[in-house]
Design a protein around this ligand. Structure first.
Ligand code: HEM
Length: 163
């Protein structure tokens, strides 16, 4: 165990907690704000959520593969086979759902702010976006949970047949 390894592992685990924590936090606060039906609350929370995703999630999204790759290289694990390769596939799945979610949040924030300024109710476009956003969260979150399981249990298997 070198200091280099321990430091990498520490940053990697902190990145994992940031990803999971920000993801669940954002989902909870957006849902709670939406359920109030209050345009002011929705606009305010959506504004904060957009910032939080850029500051926390986006940072962790970059830190995880970088520290993960360095950990794998240090430990001599293959990247394109076994649990790491499966995690990478799941990471792409998460990204495929998370990237559109970021744009949906920006659009929902803009629609809510426009409704506040105009003194109107939220338009149907907001509601359509909200439910799409809600649905996209499930596969993204399930994939992250599966990655955490793979990273902590490290099952031995090959994607190319055999163990
Ligand atoms: C995206 C590319 C990733 C790669 C290449 C990668 C690679 C690795 C490697 C090599 C380890 C060290 C395993 C060991 O100590 O034997 C590790 C540990 C870990 N990874 Fe990742 N990882 C990635 C992404 C993620 C993500 C997205 C999460 C969670 C959101 C995550 C969570 C963890 C956790 C919690 C550990 C600690 C395991 C332990 O020390 O028991 N990793 N990862």
């Amino acid at each position: 165990m070198t200091l280099y390894f321990l430091l990498l592992q520490y940053v990697h685990v902190i990145g994992a907690t940031v990803l999971l924590g920000t993801g669940t936090g954002i989902a909870f606060f957006m849902l709670r704000a939406h359920l109030t039906g209050d345009v002011f609350v929705i606009a305010g929370v959506a504004r904060i959520v957009v910032t939080a995703d850029f500051v926390f999630t986006a940072t962790a999204v970059v830190v995880q593969p970088v520290t993960g790759y360095l950990l794998a290289r240090f430990l001599g694990y293959p990247i394109f086979d076994g649990w790491i390769a499966l995690s990478l596939i799941l990471y792409l799945v998460t990204g495929a759902f998370w990237v559109p979610v970021v744009f949906m949040q920006i659009r929902m924030r803009n629609l809510a702010e426009a409704a506040v300024r105009a003194g109107t109710v939220l338009p149907p476009a907001y509601h359509r976006l909200f439910w799409t956003w809600f649905a996209f969260g499930f596969p993204a979150f399930a994939a992250v949970l599966a990655i955490v399981w793979l990273m902590t249990s490290r099952p031995v298997f090959s994607l190319y047949g055999g163990a």
